[in-house]
Design a protein around this ligand. Sequence first.
Ligand code: SF4
Length: 326
Amino acid sequence: MENKEVLLEVNNLKVYYPVKGSTIFSKKEYVKAVDGISFNVYKKEAFGIVGESGCGKSTTGHAIVGLVRPTSGEIKLHGESILGEKNRHSKEMARKIQIIFQDPYSSLDPRFTVGACIKEPLDEHKIGTPAEREETVRRLMAEVGLNSEQYTRYPHEFSGGQRQRIGIARSLTLRPELIICDEPVSALDVSIQAQILNLMKELKEKRGLTYIFISHNLSVVHHLCDRIAVMYLGHIVEITAKDELFDNPLHPYTKALLSAIPVPDPTINTMKAEIQGDVPSPRHPPLGCCFHTRCPFATDECSKKVPELREIAPEHFVACHFAESL
Ligand code: SF4
């Protein structure tokens, strides 16, 4: 990446949910959805976060945009904390970060016209006159490939792809610097996925946007992202540039994820990096390395000592005691 100005810093972010049913006599238990992750996002880059469902990637995005309150940790935009009292997001800073959801239909109020849905953030922040707000919305609709004459239609009258265009237009109304894209194409047909990804790519270039792109689909992330973080059980296990991750994965979990991508040619013999068993419960995460219960290379040390996220090669960070030798 040419431009290395840091836009977002996440330091030791934790999101724990108390388990219902804990009594005053029992030790309080928590589901550790995100357990102490740190990363930077550079201005104008697309930063991918991948992992299986339940790994904490969506919770991370929701904590950054203010939909969940972090248990502890720091989130800074342009070096300034976006967390105020009791870790609540400050309203002014939160305006600069918006989100596109996986299911655009459930994020749009069915009682409102599409124009009103997109305009809502402008109304809430009292930006411009009513006529200026309508003009802004019609311009945004055209920019995302919708007909501005559809302003007075309702969300149920649109297809899945069109609804996601509405969600994208809504995320742009406050001119954010950072957009969290939470599985934005996984509910769409494959042919529509490519159109939406291309639209997001175009908007990023044209508006100088920065994305955090959350997905379980490595091929989708490969299409859009500059760097990728791999998450497992609330931890980041590897971060590096997209091509480096695909050409030279170092963490055993990343290797397993990549080897599971289907190859459309049966004559190509792909080596599967097998992992055993299921993901452990985030309520009782393993001690030591969070991956040791499934890792084919685990040793005694792995079950006792937490591996740090270390820079093994330039800009290539891996959390594994034996990353250099596997
Ligand atoms: Fe596997 Fe040990 Fe590395 Fe964890 S630290 S990924 S258990 S080898």
